[in-house]
Design a protein around this ligand. Sequence first.
Ligand code: AMP
Ligand code: MG
Length: 383
Amino acid sequence: MRENGRGVRFALKWEYGRRRRGKGHRRLILLVILLLAALVVAAYVLMRSGMLPQPWSATRAVPGEGGDKAAEARTSQQDEYVESQFLMNTYVSIRAFGAGAQAAVGAAFDEMRRVEGLMSRFVPTSDISRVNQAAGADPVRVSDETFMLLEKAQECSQLSGGAFDITIGPVVDAWGFGTDSPHVPDQGALAKATALVNFRAVGLDPVAKTARLAVPGMSIDLGGIAKGYAGDRAAAVLREHGVEHALIDAGGNIVAVGTRPDGSPWHIGIRDPRGTSPTDTIGPVVEVRDRAVVTSGDYERFFMEGRRRYHHIFDPKTGMPATRAESATVIARDSLDADMLSTAIFVLGPVEGMKMLERLDGVAGMVVGADGKMTFSPGYPGR
Ligand code: AMP
Ligand code: MG
C-alpha cells in the first residue's frame, strides 16, 4: 500500500514538471549547466595547486618548500606515497610520508629483494640454498646477516622447545607447499621427511661464520622468519632516507615506522582467521608507534580436503599442520622477533604459547585457539 502511494506521488510530480516545461525552464537548465562547469573548473584549479587531493592519484606529491611551520606540517601530511610489489611469495605494500617518500620506498623494496636473494631457498644462489645443497658435507660460509638470523632462529628453537624449527624444509616439501599443488603426503614419505627435522643438527661456527647441516637431505626453510627480518631492513632504509612515518605490510607482517603523520598512533586490525574477507578483524584494534605487529595464520596458505584444513605451519614433532591455533599475533620492537615468535606460539597454542611469551621482555601476544577463542598476554594493547 505505502509503496503504491509513493509511486503515485512520484508520477504526479513528474507529470507536473512536464507540463510546466517551457522557455523559462530551458533558461534555468542552461544556468545550472553553466554553474556545474564553473565548479568543475574551480575544482581542477584547486587540485593543480595542491589544495584539494587528486582522487586518481595514490601519490600526493606536494612540494616541500614553504615558509611557515603550519604550511610545512600540512605539506608533510599530504606527501604520501604507496606502492605494492610481489616479493618473498606475498604482496608487500609500503605506505610512506614525507618529501622523499617515493625514492625511499623504492630503496626499501630493493633492500627487501636483496634479503630475499640471501635467504630464500628458492633462489639457487642464496646463502640458504648453498647450505642446503651441502647438507651432510662441508660447512658453508654465509653472510654476517644470514649467520645472525640462523643464530636467532636457533635461540627461538631452544626457547620454544623445538616448536619453531627452521629445518622444517623436508616437511614443507613433502606437503608440496611452495608448489602449485599442495597435497597430503603418503605416510612413509612424511615419516622420512619428519625424521630429518632437527634444529640441533645445524652446526654454526661463529668465528668462521659457517653453517652446516649434519644429515644429507636436511634443509633449512626461513619462511617463518625472513619476512620479519626483511621488514626490519625496509624500515631501516626508510628511516635512512628521512622517512619518519610509514607502514610496511608484508602479508600479515606489519611494521609501523614512527606514528601517523599527525602524531597519532597507527591503528592495526588483526585479521579474523575465520572472517569472510581479509578486512574482517578480531579483538581490539592495536595502537602502535615504532612497533612490529606480526600474525601467523592457518588461512595464509592452505588447502581443504573434505572438511579438514591443511596449512603451512607444521608441528616439527609430527610433520602435520599444527592444530592448536587458528592464528597467533606478536607485537615487538623488531619484526624479526615478532615473526619467529608468532610462528612459534602458533605451534605451541594458547597455553604453552603464553607461557613462552611471559618469559620474554618487551613482547606481547594474542592467540586465537582452535576453538576460536582469544587468549592475550599481559600488556597486550587495548586489553
Ligand atoms: P609464518 O607465516 O611466519 O608463520 O611462517 C610460516 C612459514 O614458516 C611456512 O610457510 C614455512 O616455510 C615455515 N614453517 C612452517 N612450520 C614451521 C615451524 N614449526 N618452525 C619454523 N618455520 C616453520
Ligand atoms: Mg613467522
